[in-house]
Design a protein around this ligand. Structure first.
Ligand SMILES: [Zn+2]
Length: 260
């Protein structure tokens, strides 16, 4: 499948960003609106993407050829570079400083924004232009750029066993609410969860995120927000759930979308 799991969205010739989720029907087939038009990388808008319909073996997916490193993408497009390994991702998030972690979240929010770009935080010398989804890693003694994993909340249902324990930046244009729940354990302690809902399909719950004693004030119901977080998939019974990568130190960003 190559880089089949890298893309959750694409850009049209007009530069509009469309989630794969919006472009497929319930059978995982390509929506007629986009069937006969070229589609492009959501980040650089330059490399052509290809759509593959759902089969009994896999969900519908988008891919670009050749698999990375792929020079059809712009030089600063993260899809030009190979995805980071599981171990590499853990090492990066466990050793990066606060600004570097925030930058990865900002880079994902920027993917969702049309105009009001969020600039890099931290040291100007190390990050001279903008937040990046790539990091430099030593691979077989040579320094290479690797792409950090990202997933939209709309493809969260496609998480697999191999994703478990792998830090990923999750992002999307969603509805958000904070809910208080009571634990089923003996002490019945209360805790909060962030509920992430789809703005596209009847408010469907995409994910509940354990939020402990934290809360977020001022969230409006059925108001679309841009939300990004560093999460890690964990097995929970028959399901795979996403948790904040570091429970004691939740890292996320909520932004208002740009007005059309
Ligand atoms: Zn690209």
């Amino acid at each position: 499948m190559g880089n089949a799991r890298e893309y959750d969205s694409f850009k049209t010739q007009e530069g509009e960003e469309i989630y794969l989720y919006q472009a497929t029907n319930y059978d995982g087939e390509w929506n007629d609106n986009y069937a006969r038009h070229p589609i492009y990388c959501p980040e650089c808008g330059n490399a052509l993407l290809r759509f593959t319909s759902k089969t009994s073996n896999h969900c519908a997916f988008l891919s670009s050829m050749p698999i990375p490193p792929n020079p059809e993408h712009n030089r600063d497009c993260s899809h030009r570079y190979k995805p980071i390994s599981k171990r590499g991702a853990r090492e990066f998030y466990n050793t990066c400083n606060h600004e570097q972690a925030v930058d990865k979240i900002n880079a994902c929010i920027n993917l969702l924004k049309r105009r009001n770009f969020i600039p890099a935080t931290g040291d100007e010398n190390n990050q001279p232009h903008r937040p990046h989804l790539t990091v430099r890693r030593l691979v077989n003694g040579r320094e290479r750029r690797c792409r950090l994993r990202t997933r939209s909340f709309y493809s969260i249902y496609k998480l697999e066993e191999e994703d478990i324990g792998f830090p990923i930046v999750f992002y999307g244009r969603v509805y958000l609410s904070v809910d208080s729940l009571e634990s089923k354990s003996m002490d019945h302690h209360r805790f909060n969860v962030i509920k992430v809902h789809s703005i596209y399909k009847e408010n469907r719950l995409l994910q509940s995120l354990y939020f402990g004693d934290n809360t977020i004030n001022g969230l409006e119901k059925e108001h679309a927000y841009l939300f990004a977080m560093i999460g890690v998939p964990e097995r929970n019974g028959n399901y795979i759930n996403v948790k904040f990568y570091n429970r004691d130190y939740t890292l996320y960003r909520i932004e208002e979308p740009d007005q059309d």
